[in-house]
Design a protein around this ligand. Structure first.
Ligand code: SF4
Ligand code: SF4
Length: 290
């Protein structure tokens, strides 16, 4: 058995039930006495902590080195703008106007290297934070939270993923929605990806897109169908045709929705669902041991 198992829980579009799965798997592993960490990588809207009471145990500000330009040294040559892949430098040479658009800057440092006139220095800008909470002796919750208005949550997510220098037996990575950079950075190191989806035409289209990305990344994955008794059978047929594991199904149950809305955990409030989450963990363990 691996010493550290990373399981990403992803959902394509938002609202598919990945928080439901992440928080309940975390609770299950906690109750089983496992060393476990839940990392909320949905830095734009982290909400896993709403389901737990924890003691604040760690914090880090995420800072980005953003260039600042000394116009008394600048010759308006334009080399910094040329080097910037993110269109973060605004320049009108004849009007002697130059400005860094901080919201677009990725802090790559290319412009500083490019400038031959020593006109660029860097300042650190706060773009997000990582907070850690001790939920029990063996359970930690780490939360990535980006500053509102920042262009990308990627740096904050990366910081959250490396925050724990002594990774526990299980790390559950609650991935952000979508399939762009924040999603990719969340799942890239995962041993297994659980995709939570809904059996609707939109859910299926989204699932196919996410699976395409995971296949490119050569990741192992399986699908959990949430609200599986609503919608149609097309998703199950697709999984069968493509030989993709259907890890578990969670029925549409207003008691689950009601518990969720109150910030309660399904396995605490509705123990009849505990076997569903046990099945998910057993499936992942078997897949990783293959
Ligand atoms: S490279 Fe330096 S000198 Fe040239 S425009 Fe940029 S800041 Fe000004
Ligand atoms: S640090 Fe990178 S992204 Fe930011 S302005 Fe300079 S070249 Fe562009």
């Amino acid at each position: 058995m691996k010493k550290n198992i990373k399981i990403a829980i992803a959902g394509g579009k938002g609202g598919t039930g990945k928080t439901l799965v992440s928080t309940n798997l975390f609770q299950l592993l906690k109750e089983k006495g496992k060393n476990v960490e839940l990392i909320d990588c949905d830095a734009e809207e982290p909400n896993d902590l709403l389901f737990f009471k924890g003691k604040h145990s760690g914090h880090k500000d995420v800072l980005l080195p953003v260039p600042q330009i000394d116009t008394s040294l600048c010759t308006y040559c334009g080399k910094c703008k040329e080097y910037c892949n993110y269109h973060a430098i605004f320049l009108i040479p004849f009007a002697k106007q130059i400005k860094v658009i901080e919201e677009l800057c990725h802090g790559c440092g290319a412009c500083t290297i490019a400038c031959e006139y020593g006109a660029i220095t860097e300042k650190e800008v706060f773009i997000g934070e990582v907070n850690q909470y001790r939920i029990s002796d063996k359970a930690l919750l780490t939360e990535a939270r980006m500053r509102v208005g920042v262009y990308s949550p990627v740096d904050t997510v990366k910081e959250a993923l490396r925050f724990n220098t002594n990774p526990p037996e299980y790390q559950l990575l609650d991935a952000p929605p979508g399939t762009s950079c924040p999603f990719i950075h969340s799942v890239v190191h995962a041993d297994y990806v659980l995709l939570v989806s809904e059996p609707t035409p939109f859910g299926l289209s989204d699932l196919k897109q996410t699976i395409g990305v995971l296949q490119e990344m050569k990741k192992s994955y399986g699908v959990i169908i949430n609200r599986s008794d609503v919608g149609n059978d097309e998703m199950k047929q697709y999984l069968q045709q493509e030989n993709i594991s259907l890890v578990a199904e969670i029925l549409f149950d207003k008691d689950i929705a009601s518990a969720y809305a109150k910030g309660k955990l399904c396995i605490n409030e509705l123990p009849a669902y505990t076997p569903v989450f046990e099945k998910i963990i057993n499936h992942v363990n078997q897949e990783i041991c293959k």
